[in-house]
Structures are given as C-alpha cells and as structure tokens.
Design a protein. Structure first.
Length: 179
C-alpha cells in the first residue's frame, strides 16, 4: 500500500492497547451486573469496539449503527443514519462506542435518538477527542481515550475517503492529501 500521505504516527498501537485496557477496566467497574448494550458506530469505531468489548469483564451485549456526516475530510454537519440498531433499546443501559468526537454533532444526535427510543441511560466512550473542533459545548463524553490536536488523523478504523482504516497506529494525514 502507498502510505506516502502519512506524515507521522500520533498514537502507536501499543499506546492504544494500553489505553483500551484501562477504559475496559473502568467501564467494567461502572457497569458491573448492569448488562450494558454497547452500540458501535460503523464504520470508524469497528476496530475500537472489537478491542474494547474484549476488555469488558461483565455480561454485556453488542449492536451497531451506521452513521455518516463526513465528505472526505470535511464535516457536512448533517448526520445521516445509514443502518439502524437491531436490538430494542427500551430500558437498556446504552454505551455508544465512537472513534472520534469532532464537532460533537454525531454524538448529540445519537444520544438524543437513543433516549427517544426508550434507553434507561446513554453514555459515550470515544477513543479520540478533538476539543478544538467542538461546536456542541454541552455534550457529555463520559469516557475518552486520548485528547488530540487539530489534525486530520487516520488508522485504527478511521479513514480518509475510505482508505487507511487498516493501519494499526493512529497517524496524521498529510494536508497535501486533501487540499
Ligand atoms: P462530528 O459529528 O463532527 O463529531 O464527527 C464525528 C465523525 O467524523 C467521527 O465519527 C469520524 O467518523 C469523523 N471524523 C472526525 N474527525 C476525523 C479525523 O480526523 N479523521 C477521520 N475521521 C474523522
Ligand atoms: Mg465515526
């Protein structure tokens, strides 16, 4: 594969592993005996979801939702649901698993949607957080893996135009790739 657009590694796969284990431990403690329902957001969070759920040491269930709001490297601000959750959410303790919080629009809209569908509680775990891009100020993100600077990043599930999801590290995409 041609990785010439990747300028540097921001977070190595070892650092990701360590942090995912810590998040798993914290969530296990908080949700012990509550049978939480993890809802991974496709496609960006699929690798994080797969790794995180194996660090959850209490009974839990898993579903996915497919959303999109990005056109290549630009947020369109319009959140589209491409495929819905399959499991009933009524009375469930839902944990949304997200790859990155950027403007916050995707998560605000999902949190509201799941509450409207009858979830008992809705919390968010996001591997990455880009605070400098936040538009929605009052969005609570209960579990965050790493705060990152204002760079467009790829790898570990995150894409640019559907590419680079397979990189094991989280890398900065060179601006020349999208300008
Ligand atoms: P938000 O609604 O603006 O918070 O956008 C969140 C979604 O945008 C994430 O779930 C990602 O799919 C995508 N996204 C935001 N920043 C990046 C980035 O740096 N690299 C890849 N995808 C990103
Ligand atoms: Mg996403």
């Amino acid at each position: 594969m041609d990785n010439s657009d990747i300028s540097n590694v921001l977070i190595t796969s070892d650092e990701i592993d360590k942090r995912v284990k810590e998040l798993g431990k914290e969530i296990t403690e908080d949700y012990s005996g509550m049978n939480p329902l993890f809802v991974g957001t496709l496609k960006g969070a699929v690798i994080f979801t797969a790794d995180l759920i194996r660090e959850i040491k209490t009974a839990c269930e898993l579903d996915f939702i497919s959303v999109s709001s990005y056109d290549k490297s630009e947020s369109t601000g319009i959140v589209t649901i491409n495929s819905e959750t399959k499991m009933p959410l009524v009375g469930r303790n839902v944990i949304i698993v997200e790859d990155i919080v950027d403007t916050g629009k995707t998560l605000l809209s999902l949190k509201q949607r799941f509450k409207d569908l009858g979830a008992k509680s809705v919390k968010i775990v996001s591997l990455l957080n880009k605070p400098s891009h936040r538009i929605i100020d009052d969005l609570d993100v209960e579990y965050i893996g790493f705060d990152i600077p204002d760079e467009f990043i790829v790898g570990y599930g995150l894409d640019f135009d559907e590419k680079y999801r397979n990189l094991p590290d989280i890398c900065v995409l060179d601006e020349s790739a999208y300008q």
